[in-house]
Design a protein around this ligand. Structure first.
Ligand SMILES: Cc1cc2nc3c(=O)[nH]c(=O)nc-3n(C[C@H](O)[C@H](O)[C@H](O)COP(=O)(O)O)c2cc1C
Length: 342
């Protein structure tokens, strides 16, 4: 089965095509420090044989957190708390990535200053963000670089830059809310500038042999917003700096997807994969093995990410292998329970 075929990008061989996408657990203390919950949560999915786990959106600055209880990676104490989780997960053969994020105008943490490309609040009642100065932009780029260095020191296999869902980078990318008149606004190239600068900064400290992922929102569900064609152009601009594309949609404004059905984002991922030639992750209501197999077999994406389904069932990969009689190297301790049916 395609689902159980390994896939190699740079020096990272992922043992199957199942990705746990980043999912905020809002369970850190107010200093952004991971705890026992995070250890249990991530190691469960590693024992359950997820191929790649992308750790939840982790703030590169205090005001880059989505909430007061998001993980952070702007100091050594935060890095120390994450380290044993990563090492334990890797023991079970899972590859580990972390999603580095700046929440931009969608920061709901108790912060004095909320940053955004333009001074436009997310919705009625949201705080008024500060239009970022060039100095603020430089600080954010430096923060991504420092967090990437810490992620490298921790021993992550891969790094994902969060360029989706209306957080800071996607705020710059989207024509809907980036109203800047300097070199960070206007044309597609200008709106992509901060992303390119973040990626360049990250590469100064991130090991050359390890992959970098980029998550994007390729559709804003608004006529004048981001669409797959423009996102493909942006991804092609940053292609020298990324190895895997993680395609999502929405979140820049509060407009919901036009329609939600199983695999509703696959066609967008497929479009971007075709336009960029990058190994691609697709996500969104993928829950069934045959559905995943069709996506992979038809080459519509290279990986399937199962978010809520892996929250419901951390052992989805093991259950699927057993139900479909696939020979699979189960964790040694569980071999007798998960042998393929005779
Ligand atoms: C509880 C929860 C937290 C999430 N947090 C993040 C996040 O930290 N970063 C991110 O890019 N997407 C986040 N997402 C979106 C998921 O990664 C995924 O794209 C979405 O759930 C759709 O996939 P699914 O239908 O398989 O759940 C989150 C989703 C859920 C349900």
């Amino acid at each position: 089965m395609y689902l159980f075929q390994p896939f190699t990008v740079k020096n990272m061989t992922i043992r199957n095509r199942v990705v746990m996408p980043p999912m905020c657990m809002y369970s850190a203390d107010t200093h952004g420090i991971a705890n026992d919950f995070h250890f249990t949560h991530y190691t469960s999915r590693a024992v359950g044989q997820a191929g790649l786990i992308i750790m939840e959106a982790t703030g590169v600055q205090s005001c880059g957190r989505i909430s007061d209880h998001c993980l952070g990676l702007w100091n050594d104490e935060q890095a120390e708390a994450i380290t044993p989780i990563v090492h334990a997960c890797r023991e079970y053969g899972t590859k580990m990535a972390i999603q580095l994020n700046h929440a931009g105008r969608k920061c709901e943490a108790q912060e004095k200053t909320i940053l955004a490309p333009s001074a436009i609040p997310f919705e009625d009642g949201s705080p008024m963000p500060k239009e970022m100065t060039k100095g603020d932009i430089k600080d954010v780029i430096d923060a991504f670089r420092s967090a990437a260095k810490r992620a490298a020191d921790i021993g992550f296999d891969a790094l994902e830059i969060h360029g989706a869902h209306g957080y800071l980078i996607s705020e710059f990318l989207s024509p809907l809310i980036n109203h800047r008149s300097d070199e960070y606004g206007g044309s597609t190239e200008n709106r992509s500038r901060i992303l390119i600068e973040v990626l360049k900064a990250v590469h100064e400290v991130w090991p050359k042999e390890k992959p970098v992922l980029l998550r994007v929102s390729a559709e804003d569900y608004e006529k004048d917003g981001m669409h797959a064609d423009e996102m493909a152009k942006i991804v092609n601009l940053v292609k020298p700096y990324i190895d895997i594309l993680d395609v999502s949609t929405g979140g820049v404004v509060s407009t919901p997807p036009t329609a939600i059905y199983p695999g509703y984002q696959v066609k967008i991922a497929e479009k971007l994969k075709e336009a960029t030639g990058l190994p691609t992750i697709t996500v969104g209501l993928i829950v069934e093995a045959h559905q995943a197999e069709e996506i992979l077999g038809e080459d519509r994406a290279d990986f399937v990410a199962l978010g809520r389904e892996l929250l419901r069932d951390p052992y989805w990969v093991l259950h699927t292998a057993r139900n479909l009689d696939v020979q699979y190297p189960f964790p040694e301790q569980y071999e007798r329970a998960f042998e393929a049916r005779k």
